[in-house]
Write a protein that binds this ligand. Structure first.
Ligand code: ZN
Length: 284
């Protein structure tokens, strides 16, 4: 008989960036809060995504240990380093665990090994976890947790290429990686050239599963992990697309309008970067 599964979400704190342009109204330039999900059975557990800094890993190591389960696997949803740079340190701490991803994510991870210095170390000097991983390719039938299936769902392009989520049908949980955001401004710098249309199609795939719970890769820790986060992600994208198509706003006006429509969302810096990517930089 399959064990009853539960899930627990850890949100790693936003980290201050160095040497990046200022954000309007003095909002801090930080990396988005990152979620990691621990799915637990009676004795074993599977982690989905890791945070990325030395400080994050110290905190999440204690958090995982506090459940007193045998960590059997770490599944990586997509290749952006902020979702797996911590994996080598966690695999050392939990040597019984195996790292898994899709083939697309594994190839992307390899490319991030190469751009780590410019894309990450320069912004967060001395803070990014070292080490490399070559995840095993998750089988089509998924991996197993005490009689329950955990299955990778390929989503294609969302906030980057070759993204996936992990679907746990027995509890109707979708661990979404960056295909879903929850009360956090979305990273849209890779959404040109039909990127938004691809993201909408990915949200269709998730909604067809009809998840009861959806855990966003970047979220405000105070928000519930409800399935409605999928619809909110779509609303955010549609609104950003509408403002883009209307044109006529300066970058600052575009930013202010999104801030007005999505009050209290985490990480205005991500919004500012997304706006500048479509409007061009502000005129001095
Ligand atoms: Zn991300």
């Amino acid at each position: 008989m399959a064990a009853d599964l539960r899930f627990h979400v850890h949100v790693a704190e936003p980290t201050l960036e160095h040497g990046t342009p200022p954000v309007p109204h003095g909002h801090p330039a930080v990396a988005s809060p990152i979620s990691s999900t621990l799915i637990t059975g009676e004795r074993d557990a599977v982690l989905v995504d890791t945070p990325w800094s030395h400080d994050h890993i110290r905190v999440i190591t204690d958090w995982i240990a506090s459940f007193d389960k045998n960590l059997t696997a770490i599944y990586i949803t997509h290749g952006h380093g902020d979702h797996w740079f911590g994996a080598p340190a966690l695999l050392e701490r939990f040597p019984g665990a195996r790292a898994y991803s899709t083939a697309g994510t594994a190839a992307y991870i390899k490319s991030q090994h190469e751009t780590r210095a410019t894309a990450w170390d320069a912004r967060f000097p001395g803070q990014v976890c070292e080490g490399e991983i070559s995840p095993e390719i998750i089988p089509d039938e998924g991996i197993e947790l005490e009689g329950n299936v955990l299955k990778a769902v390929q989503l294609g392009h969302t906030d980057t290429d070759d993204t996936t989520g992990l679907w746990v049908p027995s509890i109707r949980l979708f661990v979404a990686g960056d295909s879903v955001y929850n009360h956090c401004h979305q990273y849209l710098n890779e959404s040109g050239d039909g990127g938004l249309d691809a993201w909408y199609r990915a949200l269709d795939v998730i909604e067809a599963l009809d998840p009861r719970y959806a855990v966003a890769g970047h979220k405000d820790r105070a928000q519930p992990d409800d399935g409605a986060a999928v619809q909110r992600t779509r609303t955010y994208l549609r609104t950003f697309q509408r403002l883009t198509e209307e044109g006529r706003r300066t970058p600052e006006e575009f930013f202010d309008e999104m801030m007005r429509l999505f009050p209290g969302y985490a990480n205005p810096k991500a919004l500012w970067r997304s706006v500048v990517a479509v409007t061009g930089p502000p005129t001095a």
